[in-house]
Write a protein of this length. Sequence first.
Length: 106
Amino acid sequence: MENTNSDKIRAYQKQKNKEEMQKHLISFGLMIVLTIIAFVIVATGIMDKMFVIPVLVILAAIQVAFQFYYFMHMKDKGHEMPATMIYGGVWGALLTLAGLGVISWW
């Protein structure tokens, strides 16, 4: 009886690890594609220079989200406090940048 339970647990863990690895590989592939898109935008000059920086910032923000969510395991249970601290730091940095932008623009 105990042997079959441990076999079931091992099979479940193996399946869970396989799914996790697939998610990591898909997100890694998407990050590579986003990086290639950024290089193409800058190298070819296909966009107006006024739009290049905002597009690059959006692509970078998407990559940061992938990094936090998948590679830093912010989606897993038990990471609520580190996630709160990181998101609070990002919010504080955005407020600081917005304040500096308003001060220098004014």
